[in-house]
Ligand binder design. Structure first.
Ligand SMILES: C[S@@+](CC[C@H](N)C(=O)[O-])C[C@H]1O[C@@H](n2cnc3c(N)ncnc32)[C@H](O)[C@@H]1O
Length: 258
């Protein structure tokens, strides 16, 4: 990360990271047999997103494949919990331009909370309203910083039911948060009394070159927070499975339950 950037430039770059992921979903969706088909991704692509993607590809040539394998992994994890009716609500933290609410048919009857910074939520809503005349009915948009204390209370005010099992999806989020921010977020999630809530997250490892990576050992962190790991994979192994291309970079995708 460029330490010479101002905090405003940094937060702008963090939000533009949502466009990078949309750009990747758009490129994948144009393939003959895409791993993930997102018919809405094209709505969110931007020049800045493309520029940031090219920068990421210079450092990490496997970036596109990893992100699609990650998206597919979480789609399948969500399918498991929602089709088996294990969970009734989905909270997408750092939702960016995620369009699972419309993209995944099995989510259509469930309440979905999308949480992101105001600017990102408003930009997404404005694009959706312009194109469709409305936003998806089952989505509740929560303009918030996920590291701000009181998140669960504010989710409840928005209609989140702490007595119903939920999935919290943190796709592409953890490594943008500060260490105290991560701790505050997990302290918040700990306050939910209902057992059986699922957390889906990914975390890069020190070999990706990010300074101040926290938590470095995400599995151990989750265990100390009272979670049991249901499944954890390295994106390199999943890339081998889907694309027959091995990459040893360590980047975890994890499903955990508490
Ligand atoms: C890499 S994007 C991922 C977006 C989406 N989850 C996806 O995979 O397509 C990271 C997202 O997290 C959001 N984000 C980062 N820090 C956040 C925070 N403290 N509170 C709320 N949202 C945050 C950014 O605005 C951005 O939309």
């Amino acid at each position: 990360m460029d330490t010479t950037m101002s905090s405003q430039e940094k937060s702008c770059q963090v939000m533009r990271s949502a466009d990078v992921v949309a750009q990747i979903r758009y490129l994948e969706s144009r393939q003959a047999t895409p791993l993930v088909h997102d018919p809405y991704a094209h709505l969110f692509i931007s020049d800045e997103g493309d520029y940031l993607l090219q920068c990421a590809l210079e450092k990490h040539p496997y970036f596109v494949k990893y992100l699609m394998v990650r998206e597919r992994y979480f789609d399948l994890q969500l399918e498991n919990v929602f089709l088996d009716q294990i969970c009734q609500q989905l909270v997408i933290l750092g939702s960016g331009n995620d369009m699972r609410a419309l993209r995944l048919g099995f989510l259509k009857k469930h309440k979905i909370f999308e949480v992101d910074f105001s600017e990102q939520i408003q930009s997404k809503q404005s694009i959706l309203k312009k194109v469709f005349g409305k936003v998806p009915q089952q989505v509740v948009y929560v303009e918030d910083d996920v590291t701000r204390p009181g998140l669960v209370g504010r989710l409840q005010q928005a209609g989140f039911d702490p007595g119903k099992r939920a999935v919290f999806l943190l796709q592409g989020l953890l490594y943008y948060l500060t260490p105290p921010g991560v701790d505050t977020l997990f302290e918040e999630l700990m306050q939910i009394p209902e057992q059986g809530n699922v957390v889906l997250l990914d975390q890069i490892t020190p070999d990706m070159g990010k300074e101040d990576l926290y938590p470095e050992d995400v599995q151990t962190y989750l265990l100390t927070q009272g979670y049991a790991i249901s499944d954890s994979r390295l994106l390199g192994d999943l890339t081998q499975y889907y694309y027959h291309k091995k990459n040893d970079t360590r980047w975890w995708v994890i499903s955990a339950v508490r």
